[in-house]
Structure formats: C-alpha cells, structure tokens
Design a protein around this ligand. Structure first.
Ligand SMILES: Cc1ncc(COP(=O)(O)O)c(C=O)c1O
Length: 382
C-alpha cells in the first residue's frame, strides 16, 4: 500500500464514522464562537487594530529575540500581568503555541505531571514534548488526584495541569482543592484559563482570581482570541518563571513575533474587560437564564452554569443531524465530534455571548427539545 492509498483509506474511515469536518463561514445567530463578550467586532478594538497597523506595520518581521520585538509587546504584557495579578507575563502568537512550549520548558526527566483526563489537545501535545512522566487523573476529581500524587514515586518535581473552565464540557475545576493539594505535597500548579479569562473573578481575570489562589499558581495560560476578542495568549507567572520562558521556551524563541498591532489592540481590550463589569455580568446572567430554560425543558443542567453548554448526543451522525436542524432554524451551533471529544460523546457545544437575546434562547430551547426528542424516538439518541 502506498501513501496515497493509505491516506485515502484513512479519509474514507473518517467519513464512515461521520467525523468528516469542513470549514464553513459563520451564518446565523452566533452560539458557537468563543467571542463571549462580543469584543471581536467592537468598534474601539477595530480602530485600535487599524491604528496599530498604521504605527507598526503589518508583520513583526522576526522573532521577539531578534528584530521582531517592539515596545508595545512589553506594554501589553505588563498590563496583562497587572490585570492578572502576577509579576510578569509573556505574549505568545497562540494559546496552542503557549501550551506547546511551557511544558517542554519546565518539565524535566524525573518529573511527573498529573493531567486531567479531559485537558485540551494543546496541553496533551505540550506534555508529549517533555521528558516527564504523565499520570492522568479523573476529570475534576480532587480525591483521585491527591491519591495519585501521594502514591507516586517522584524523583524530581510534581506538576498538576488543568483547564479552569473546560472548553468542551463547560464545567469548572475545583481549583481551591488543587491548590490545597499543592500546598500539602509541594506540587506546582499550571492552569489553562483559555475560557475563563475576561469573564470570571471580580476584575474579570479568571477563575484563579475567583478562587483566590493566585499565589499558588506557577503559570496560567490566558488566550487572547476568545473573551478578549483579539488573538494570541498571555502566559502569566512569577518574574523568574517568565524570564526562564524567554530564555528557553522553543515555541516562543523559534517563531516570528505576532503582528505588533495585535498587542496594541490588546492593551485596549484588557482595559475594556476590566472596566466594563456590566458586560461580564450580563454574560453570567445569560448563563443562569439559559440553564433555567434548559432545566424547565427537561435537560440535565449543571449546578454551576457557565457560558459553555454541552448537549451530549452520542453518535457523530446524530450530533451533526441535530446541529443541521438548528442551523436551518437560524442558529449557528456546531457539532463537536471525536477526536475533539471522547468516542461516543459527540455533542452540540452551545456557547453563549452577550449579543444573544433571551428571546432567542427561549426559541432555541424549544427547537432543541424537539430535535433531541426526535432523535430519541427514532432510536438514534444515546
Ligand atoms: C483550553 C484551551 N487551551 C488552549 C487553546 C488554544 O488557544 P488558541 O486558540 O489561542 O491557540 C484552546 C483553544 O481552543 C483551548 O480551548
């Protein structure tokens, strides 16, 4: 079998499993993006981006450690660090690149990293690049984590890594319990705040702030292309930790710096998020309202509603069928299928943003209930 044949077989099996993906333009009411605060289209940020391009040009032309550096990156980093309440932060081109880089930099041979079973692909890939041993713990399960840490034979350092708000499940990690485990066992905590930054906590800096465990966290990864509405990611932590990333983090060092205009726009975005508390509160209010509606319609809802609402369907084809029905009714809701989520848990991932009206949510819940019930009646719903 040559390569062409092998790949054609692979593509056919993807199609047979109902997992063929395609890229489609946004259409309908946005219930699938991560633009939770509707900042991606904010006129103030658009203007800042244009102004940034006029000031700094389009491309950065080189990596930060060569000619690609501009003072505006440092300005955005120091504003973000202040917002996050850490000594320093470092701006990466993407969150994926940040996660790819930080584990390889900090985890050495003899270390053990304890990783939540539902952590994002970028965390999994980052750990793969390190020489540390990996131990998976049950999703969000502090007791399982403690048992595993206490029974592990570790020569070097221990690390825990978790998302704070899980991207495909919408649930929140028990960060305070993890922080206690870290204190008791001398473990280092790394938290991916991709979906929490900009929303949770009094200042909106994330769930670390809300849990009041900033001092216990070695590093946090904060994407800037979701609630912050722009692109890239800030890794935040102590001065020494960030300095080490600058010296050793391969995905930072060996990559062209992002366009400086992005950093310029982000200085604006951070300010807006921090000051416009109403915007964040509106999102939290919508989460509660949507959860209530879903509960009334017979759906099982979590104790703590967040802006990410999974509706697990089961089979990929069924998830796609329900998503198509909702799309036809004007809602941009996408099916999330393996390998993004575990086998047999294909789902709709509904993500709320402050631009959605309560009337739309009411209409959606009726459609959703009908669509899902139809799947049950035809025997497709798992
Ligand atoms: C939990 C989590 N971490 C990291 C990333 C990667 O961030 P970015 O999209 O900026 O590459 C994502 C993106 O989807 C994510 O959900």
């Amino acid at each position: 079998m040559d390569l062409n044949e092998r790949i054609r077989n692979r593509l056919e099996s993807i199609e047979r499993a109902g997992e063929k993906r395609s890229m489609t333009e946004p259409r309908g009411i946005d219930l699938s993006s991560n633009d939770y605060l509707c900042l991606a289209e904010d006129p103030r940020l658009k203007e800042a981006m244009l102004d940034g391009v006029r000031r700094y040009g389009v491309g950065s032309t080189a990596s930060r450690l060569l000619r690609g550096h501009r003072e505006v990156f440092e300005r955005a980093e120091s504003e973000f660090a202040k917002f996050k309440g850490t000594q320093r932060s470092l701006y990466f081109a993407t969150g994926y690149q940040a996660n790819l880089g930080i584990f390889q930099t900090f985890l050495e041979e003899g270390d053990v990293v304890f990783s939540d079973e539902l952590n994002h692909a970028s965390i999994i890939d980052g750990i793969r690049l390190s020489k540390a041993e990996k131990v998976i713990f049950e999703h969000g399960h502090a007791e399982d984590l403690r048992t595993k840490i206490e029974s592990a034979n570790v020569q070097g350092e221990r690390f825990i890594v978790t998302e704070s708000l899980f991207s495909m499940d919408g649930d929140v990690a028990p960060l305070d319990e993890y922080a206690a485990i870290c204190r008791d066992t001398g473990t280092n905590l790394i938290v991916d705040e991709a979906h929490a930054v900009g929303i949770y906590g009094k200042k909106g800096s994330g769930l670390i702030e809300e849990a009041g465990i900033g001092d216990e966290v070695l590093l946090s990864v904060n994407t800037a292309g979701k609630a912050l509405g722009v692109a890239g990611a800030f890794v935040s932590g102590a001065e020494w930790a960030i300095e080490y990333l600058i010296q050793r983090c391969r995905s930072f060092i060996f990559s062209t710096a992002p366009p400086p205009a992005l950093a310029y726009a982000l200085t604006k975005s951070i300010g807006i998020v921090e000051i416009e508390e109403d915007r964040r509160n509106r999102l939290i209010e919508l989460c509660g309202k949507f959860s209530l509606l879903l509960g009334e319609a017979g759906f099982v809802v979590p104790e703590r509603p967040t802006q990410i609402v999974p509706v697990v369907i089961g089979r990929s084809e069924d998830a796609t069928a329900v998503a198509s029905e909702l799309q036809e009714a004007g809602f941009d809701i996408r099916a999330i299928r393996p390998p993004t989520v575990p086998e047999g848990t294909a789902r709709l991932r509904i993500s709320l943003n402050v631009g959605v009206s309560e009337a739309d949510l009411e209409r959606l819940v009726v459609l959703l209930r009908n669509a899902v019930t139809k799947q049950i009646e035809t025997g497709f719903f798992v």
